[in-house]
Design a protein around this ligand. Structure first.
Ligand code: OOG
Ligand code: MG
Length: 254
């Protein structure tokens, strides 16, 4: 087994069995293309278990997230069918290492994107947008990692919840949003936190996945990135995001 496959297997096992691992490159010396090769190999193991690809997620598209994690390069990861959680159902905290939640906006595409589109062309490929929550669960001890490490770990992706889909022809550049935990406001923000406009996050997703040889397809979901700092999850919580004009999405933690 190559070193890439070995690390991919460790990270995949850690995610599968909710176990933490030690950092393998705390200084961040590994070239990013190798880190993405580890990510691809770890996702290949999930696909071999019967999961299928449903889209991509963007990471570090807001300053709040960059500041919280101390990293400032936009990254991406792959979403699989097993990661999607039905709205208003429960997640079992025992299946995670140390999960956090963050409010996001999701896109679903009606046409493929090749990565070289302009903003209006990318918008024309969007079928719908929705309020969404991402549950991130870094497999590294203490949720600490370097840039290549988080890339290798599929950008900490673990689960995601998408609310009702809306027509994308409203101006979604600056919609207020609230992350509520147990009925109390936990974080407030705006969709403008995502690279100034969430469409920029979609353009970056299209460009990066096309460059990796896996261009976005019709039906793909794109999670545009956390608009606020992520919050820890604990059993007993009810978590909800509310985005102006788009509505809500929530889940329970048991
Ligand atoms: C990395 C994932 C970042 C986002 O939305 O910015 C991310 C992490 O914070 O663990 O999902
Ligand atoms: Mg996220």
């Amino acid at each position: 087994m190559s070193r890439i496959e070995q690390i991919a297997a460790q990270l995949d096992d850690a995610a599968h069995h909710a176990r933490e691992v030690e950092q393998f490159d705390p200084q961040g010396a590994l070239p990013l293309d190798e880190a993405y090769a580890i990510q691809r190999a770890s996702i290949a193991r999930r696909l071999a278990r019967g999961e299928h690809r449903v889209g991509v997620k963007m990471g570090f598209t807001s300053r709040a997230k960059m500041l919280q994690m101390g990293l400032s390069d936009v990254i991406w990861g792959r979403l699989t069918s097993a990661m999607q959680i039905e709205e208003n159902t429960s997640i079992d905290i025992g299946r995670y290492v140390h999960p956090r939640v963050e409010p996001e906006i999701a896109f679903v595409l009606k046409r493929a994107l090749h990565g070289d589109e302009t903003g209006p062309a990318a918008l024309a490929a969007v079928e719908a947008i929705a309020p969404a929550l991402e549950i991130i669960d870094s497999r590294y001890r203490d949720f600490r990692f370097s840039l290549p490490e988080v890339v290798a770990d599929n950008a900490s992706s673990s689960s995601f919840v998408v609310g009702a889909w809306s027509d994308p022809h409203i101006d979604f550049s600056n919609l207020g949003l609230v992350l509520d935990i147990d009925g109390r406001t936990s974080q407030v923000g705006s969709t403008a936190a995502l690279l100034g406009h969430p469409l920029r996050s979609l353009l970056a997703a299209a460009r990066l996945s096309a460059a990796a040889g896996e261009p976005l397809q019709a039906g793909d979901i794109v999670m545009a990135g956390g608009a606020t700092a992520a919050q820890w999850l604990h059993p007993g919580q009810y978590v909800r995001v509310d985005i102006a004009h788009l509505g809500r999405a929530g889940f329970y933690v048991t």
